[in-house]
Design a protein around this ligand. Structure first.
Ligand SMILES: NC(=O)c1ccc[n+]([C@@H]2O[C@H](COP(=O)([O-])OP(=O)(O)OC[C@H]3O[C@@H](n4cnc5c(N)ncnc54)[C@H](O)[C@@H]3O)[C@@H](O)[C@H]2O)c1
Length: 265
């Protein structure tokens, strides 16, 4: 689905469980070149280098750069020597779990909320602004979101950030259509990653999917399906699709109430 030999920047690699890695691996399998970004060297050492899911050789083959998405100079540096990008994957989010997630929606930790909003929503626009001259015409930007039609327990301010991120997708799509840069999001069901396990109640969220997803949902294996959809949006078969939120969630986001026993596989 993607062109062999094209270069893609995949931002948000933490460890081999990251959605970023599932997408990057698929791009590589299809003959694309992938440049990953990791937030900083310390995180790479602690979480990526120590992870045993990939061999030393497999790790050394990956092309990795560092970029904290909230630091303008790091974005400038990153794009200063990257050119002819066919696509960018923005797979980044953060909110302080102690204040932005949990049983109580209310918090007075406004600085935490601002930081979460910067990382999880505004950063898509920051990346696009810095990347415009490095992107080919046509090219594609894909970000990752989570169902914003419903209010989920514990997800509190990340839910707000995701709603904002989807609005940023539409704003950027309108702005950059003239540059033939498409901007879309994949709205994924719950998947087992570091970010997800930091969400209090992730297990309950996964159980919710068992009760609401018409197509059975697997929090491990379905990372592949999310990656497939990202590749569709990155590649040649989506040339006139922009500003859209593509739900890859087994259908849970359109289900009213719970599945009846006769509807379950
Ligand atoms: N896992 C799920 O259930 C799920 C579902 C839907 C959407 N998503 C979204 O997918 C994306 C990727 O998350 P994941 O589940 O793969 O988890 P992950 O923890 O592997 O990835 C999150 C990434 O965000 C990065 N990040 C946070 N702050 C940053 C900063 N200041 N600068 C640069 N990078 C920063 C982290 O370093 C990490 O690499 C996120 O946007 C997440 O909200 C996840």
């Amino acid at each position: 689905m993607i062109e062999k030999g094209e270069t893609y920047l995949v931002m948000g690699l933490l460890d081999p469980d990251s959605i970023a890695f599932a997408i990057g691996r698929k791009i590589t399998e299809q003959g694309g070149r992938v440049i990953y970004t990791v937030q900083n060297e310390r995180m790479k050492r602690l979480l990526f280098d120590r992870n045993k899911k990939l061999s030393k050789e497999e790790k050394e083959k990956l092309e990795i750069r560092f970029c904290d998405i909230t630091i303008e100079e790091e974005l400038t540096d990153l794009f200063s020597d990257i050119e002819s990008l066919a696509g960018i994957v923005h797979s980044i989010a953060y909110v302080n779990p102690k204040t932005g997630l949990g049983e109580n929606f209310h918090t007075d930790a406004i600085e935490d909320l601002k930081n979460g909003f910067h990382i999880s929503s505004i950063s898509l626009a920051s990346v696009t602004r810095h990347a415009t001259n490095s992107l080919k015409k046509p090219s594609s930007i894909v970000t990752l979101t989570f169902d914003t039609k419903h209010v989920y327990p514990y997800y509190n301010w990340m839910g707000v950030n995701k709603a904002a991120l989807e609005a940023v997708v539409r704003g950027l799509a309108r702005q950059h259509g003239q540059d033939l840069i498409r901007v879309n999001a994949v709205s994924a069901g719950p998947l087992s990653t570091k970010a997800a396990t930091n969400i209090p109640g992730f297990t309950e969220l996964s159980q919710t999917w068992n009760n609401t997803s018409p197509i059975p949902w697997d929090t491990e294996k379905d990372k592949e399906e999310v990656a497939n959809a990202a590749l569709f949006l990155l590649g040649n078969y989506s040339q006139k699709i922009t500003g859209q939120i593509l739900h890859v969630d087994g259908g849970a986001s359109i289900t009213g109430g719970q599945l009846m026993p006769y509807e379950k596989a």
